[in-house]
Design a protein around this ligand. Structure first.
Ligand code: NI
Length: 334
C-alpha cells in the first residue's frame, strides 16, 4: 500500500517503527534475562507507587507493552506497540451528540481498543487512575467542580469498597466512573477465572454505588495480551481505554511539568492520562485545565469522546502512476 507523503504521516510511521523495534528488543531481552523485573516498562503507577512485582520477567513474555508516547497522535487512533490488529473499529457519531452518560454502544457497533478518538473537534478526556484516594480525590473533585470540568475515573474495586462515598460523589457531580480492576494485577498473568473476578466484581461495585452502567475499562499498566483483549472486548463487552498523552505524573516531575506536558500534548480527541493518588497531579490539574481552556479545548468524559469518533478518512486509492512505480520498485516494504 502506498502512503501519502505528508510529514505527519512520515513521522507517525517512523515513530511506530521505532516503538515496534523497541518492543521486540524488550521482549528478546526479557526472554534472555529472566529475573530482571525492574526492567519491565511501567507506563504508570500502581497503588504501590509503580513498583513492579518481583516475579520473573519470563512470566510476562506474552505481555503487549503499550505505546507510551507523549507525542500527540493527531487524529489517528493507532494500536499499541506489538498489537497487530488494525486501528480501533470506527463508527459514525450518529444523530445528535450523546450527553453524559453515553448509552452503552452509542454510535458504535462493538467495543474496541482506543488510544484516542478521531475527531476534528477540540475536545479531550481527562482521566485519573488508581483511586479513589481518601484525601486527594475529594480535593480533585473540588477543583473539577470549581472549573466545571467533568473527568473519567478509572477506579480500583477494592478502593470503591473502602471509600464508597467518594465514588458516589463522582457520579453525582457528572464524572464517569470506570473499571481499573479490583486490586491492580497484571492482567496477562491472570487465569481466566481470576480475570473474571477482577472485572465483574469491580464493575458490580461501581454500578452499585454510581447507578451508572460501566462500559469502559483501562488495563493496568496498559498491559494486555490477545487472550485478555479478546475477553475484555468480546466476553465483557468493555471498551479498552489507553491514552495518547502521558505526562508521567507518577515519576513526580513537579506540578508545573505535569501541567505543561498535558497542555502541550493535547490534540483533538486526546485521552489524557493522570493519577489522583499523587499530590503533584492534583496541584497540576488547575494549571492544566486553564492551559487547555486557553487553547480552546472542551472537556468530555471518555464515553462521550468515543461517541464523537468519526469515520476515518478512507485510504486513498493509488493512482495508476503510483501503482506502476511500486511495481517497478518491487513493491513496498510495509
Ligand atoms: Ni493503574
Amino acid at each position: 500500500m502506498r502512503l501519502p507523503k505528508s510529514p505527519g504521516w512520515t513521522i507517525e510511521i517512523m515513530m511506530h517503527r521505532v516503538r515496534r523495534a523497541a518492543a521486540i528488543v524488550a521482549l528478546f531481552l526479557s526472554a534472555a534475562a529472566p529475573g530482571k523485573a525492574e526492567d519491565i516498562p511501567i507506563p504508570h503507577s500502581s497503588p504501590s507507587d509503580g513498583q513492579p512485582p518481583s516475579a520473573s520477567l519470563s512470566r510476562y513474555a506474552d505481555l503487549v507493552p503499550v505505546a507510551t508516547n507523549t507525542t500527540p497522535a493527531g487524529n489517528l487512533a493507532y494500536p499499541a506497540v506489538g498489537d497487530t490488529t488494525p486501528a480501533p473499529s470506527t463508527a459514525s457519531t450518529g444523530e445528535g451528540m450523546a450527553l453524559h452518560p453515553a448509552p452503552p454502544g452509542a454510535g458504535r457497533d462493538r467495543p474496541a481498543l482506543w488510544n484516542s478518538v478521531n475527531t476534528s473537534r477540540k475536545v479531550v478526556a481527562l482521566t485519573y487512575d488508581d483511586g479513589p484516594h481518601a484525601k486527594l480525590t475529594p480535593q480533585l473533585l473540588d477543583i473539577l467542580k470549581r472549573e466545571n470540568v467533568r473527568a473519567t475515573f478509572f477506579v480500583l474495586g477494592s478502593l470503591v469498597e473502602a471509600y464508597p462515598q467518594i465514588v458516589q460523589r463522582m457520579a453525582a457531580e457528572g464524572h464517569e466512573v470506570a473499571n481499573h480492576t479490583w486490586d491492580h494485577p497484571r492482567l496477562p498473568s491472570l487465569s481466566a477465572e481470576k480475570l473474571d473476578r477482577q472485572i465483574r466484581e469491580t464493575t458490580a461495585i461501581i454500578e452499585k454505588n454510581t447507578g451508572q452502567k460501566v462500559t469502559i475499562m483501562r488495563p493496568t499498566y496498559g498491559l494486555y495480551n490477545e487472550r485478555v483483549k479478546n475477553d475484555l472486548l468480546e466476553k465483557y463487552r468493555l471498551d479498552m481505554i489507553l491514552w495518547s498523552v502521558d505526562p508521567n505524573d507518577w515519576k513526580k516531575p513537579g506540578a508545573n511539568t505535569v501541567a505543561r506536558r498535558l497542555i502541550e500534548g493535547a490534540h483533538p480527541g486526546a485521552i489524557l492520562l493522570a493519577h489522583d493518588i499523587h499530590p503533584g497531579t492534583i496541584q497540576a490539574t488547575p494549571k492544566a485545565i486553564a492551559g487547555l481552556k486557553a487553547k480552546g479545548y472542551e472537556f468530555v468524559t471518555v464515553s462521550e469522546l468515543l461517541a464523537m469518533d468519526e469515520a476515518p478518512t478512507p485510504t486513498p486509492t493509488p493512482t495508476p502512476a503510483e501503482v506502476a512505480k511500486k511495481n517497478a520498485s518491487g513493491g513496498a516494504s510495509d
